[in-house]
Design a protein around this ligand. Structure first.
Ligand code: OXD
Ligand code: MN
Length: 579
């Protein structure tokens, strides 16, 4: 149990409300993990995968109606609706609490209530923040084991600091009609009911580390972002750290574990995080970043030897697979992995390609980050790592060039705010529609985007050592609907240019939308991208950009008085430069 009176009182109160049969305080030990995994095997919640090829690996099949985040059921419950902003669903806190109270009432009868103290970030880092998740799902507990630093060490930190975020979760009866993910940022509280799926249920991830943390970060002067973090080592042995924001399922995990092309001798990419980055300006004026998570919750389909060999190497043992297919010898399988034919699909039915894919498009793997061959020795550094660059990127078939560099911090904030991307299977909505996704935070910002951009802009005068801001697009397509850039490991070529811009080693072409590479400055040795394609990838179509920037201006206006004047001025400056 605990010496923290607030925690004790809260757990007592939740026990009274939810009426579980047992209460289990999680220690975070390996034995606890194994005991839960064994219980789940016995109950059928886990299927043991082939223990010769995949020791310690399990398959979980979720309810077929519970396979993705549910943005339409996710709410920010601030006292004032305007503080949540047009970017969020809003419900008055009193109404939301009353609704959730009804749902949670006696919902854990006959179940075990687990108390999970956890720490987001290295356990000794001043940038880290703690929370406690209460859940009735053993699947959530084992995932939190892999995804966070949880159990006794986290509880000790909570007792020392006296503060923690309260997250209450129940799978309820998994009824999509009785499902809500509520956030109370003013009270640092989360309540999630009716879903057992990742982002809805592992409350340390999107709910805490992005929605609540972004709110907290504004008042405390830091940033909580939907970004991967990597270290890029050059042949001289210097490591430059980069954070990059992409919308869900746009390849953050692949980029975070990139293996440079064969001709990049002496270059190496080190993985720190694949999804979330917390950053703060340090005493030296540089931006220092940590990954609040300890594990990967990655999208399985498309992960292959050719796209992400490091992820495959990470997944050979002690991993949880959710909603993938299986082969005849019980190995996990998903579309794009290889040319074997699976025998069972993600619902547990015999695989029949006529009836859909073997793995759900949003099927996932959960695994500790430290198993990754490219895991950085700085991932646990309490101070974090100093960033040289911040990269924004979207999935855009047209218009947006392969890479561009902003002319100033504020221009970089415009790059982030103007991000748009084609939607993916990470949410339950329609897939493939272009939507605005500022900083890749549309589903994750815990407050009004207008205030959020203002917060970003406050850093512009914070120091002269801030990271440079870039925008990339790996997803351009030609008339035949084929990708124009090879992507994956070859994205290293763009990263090299970015690092060289940071160190002042290469010049660039100045255009109205930013600095673009001179054609000869991207290393294309070993790839076969025709000269016209390269030219198209680095072209600025002024007329199309005028439309884009003017659309973005209208979007900014939809935030009314909360739109920061400096961002509007930046949009008008770029619009004028394009005339
Ligand atoms: C994720 C997401 O799970 O962004 O990381 O959906
Ligand atoms: Mn994500």
């Amino acid at each position: 149990m605990t010496t923290n009176q607030e925690l004790k009182a809260w757990v007592d109160q939740v026990v009274q409300l939810t009426q579980p049969e047992h209460v289990h305080w999680c220690s975070g030990s390996k034995a606890e993990y194994q005991e839960l995994a064994d219980q789940m095997i016995a109950s059928g919640d886990f299927l043991e995968l082939n223990q010769d090829t995949h020791p310690g690996c399990y398959l979980h099949r979720s309810d077929p109606l519970d396979v993705a985040r549910v943005e339409h059921l996710t709410y920010i419950c601030t006292s004032s609706e305007e503080d949540a902003g047009p970017n969020n669903n809003w419900m008055a806190p009193v109404e939301a609490r009353a609704k959730m109270r009804e749902y949670f009432s006696a919902c854990m009868k006959g179940r075990t209530l687990y108390v999970i103290p956890y720490c987001m970030g290295p356990i000794d880092s001043p940038l880290s923040r703690c929370g406690v998740e209460i859940t009735d799902s053993a699947y959530v507990v084992v995932n939190m084991h892999l995804m966070t630093r949880m159990g006794d060490p986290a509880l000790r930190r909570i007792e020392r600091e006296g503060t923690f975020i309260k997250g209450l979760h129940s799978i309820g009866d998994l009824d999509p009609e009785r499902r809500f993910i509520m956030h109370f940022p003013e009270d640092l509280e989360i309540q999630s009911f009716g879903s057992g799926y990742g982002g809805n249920a592992l409350l340390g991830k999107k709910c805490h580390a992005l929605r609540i943390a972004s709110y907290q970060a504004r008042s405390e002067g830091w940033l909580a972002e939907h970004m991967l973090i990597v270290g890029i080592e050059n042949p001289a042995g210097e490591v430059h750290y980069v954070a990059a924001a992409f919308p869900s399922a746009c390849g953050k995990t692949n980029l975070a574990m990139l293996i440079p092309p064969a001709n990049y001798r002496g270059w190496k990419v080190w993985t720190i995080g694949d999804d979330i980055c917390w950053m703060r300006v340090g005493d030296d004026g540089r931006m220092w970043a940590i990954n609040p998570e300890a594990g990967l919750f990655g999208v399985a389909p498309g992960t292959a030897e050719s796209t992400n060999p490091n992820a495959l190497a990470t997944l050979t043992h002690d991993a949880i697979f959710t909603n993938v297919g299986i082969t005849s010898d019980n190995q996990p399988w998903w579309e794009g992995l290889d040319d074997r034919v699976p025998v069972t699909d993600w619902k547990g039915n015999p695989y029949d390609p006529e009836r859909g894919p073997a793995a759900h498009p949003n099927s996932r793997f959960t695994v500790r980050m430290s198993q990754c061959p490219s895991y950085s020795d700085q991932a646990e550094a309490p101070a974090g790592v100093p960033l040289s660059a911040i990269i924004f990127g979207g999935r855009r078939e047209r218009l947006v060039p392969l890479v561009m560099e902003s002319q100033s911090w504020n221009h970089g904030v415009l790059y982030g705010a103007a991000m748009a991307s084609e939607t993916t299977a990470a949410n339950v909505d329609t897939v493939g529609v272009v939507r605005r996704d500022p900083m890749a935070m549309k589903p994750f910002c815990g407050y009004n985007f207008g205030d959020y951009w203002k917060h970003w802009l406050t850093f512009s005068n914070a120091s002269d050592k801030l990271p440079k801001i870039f925008h990339v697009n790996w997803f351009r397509k030609d008339q035949d609907n084929k990708f124009m850039w090879p992507g994956f490991g070859d994205n290293m070529r763009v990263l090299e240019w970015i690092i060289k811009r940071c160190t002042g080693e290469v010049d660039a072409v100045e255009t109205p939308i930013g600095y673009l590479p001179r054609l000869g400055d991207l290393n294309l040795d070993g790839i076969d991208v025709p000269a016209e394609t390269m030219k198209a990838l680095l072209e600025v179509d002024r007329e199309a950009w005028q439309v884009e920037i003017s659309d973005f201006g209208e979007y900014l206006d939809s935030y009314g008085a909360r739109t920061p004047a400096a961002l509007k001025a930046e949009q008008e400056r770029v619009a004028a430069a394009l005339l």
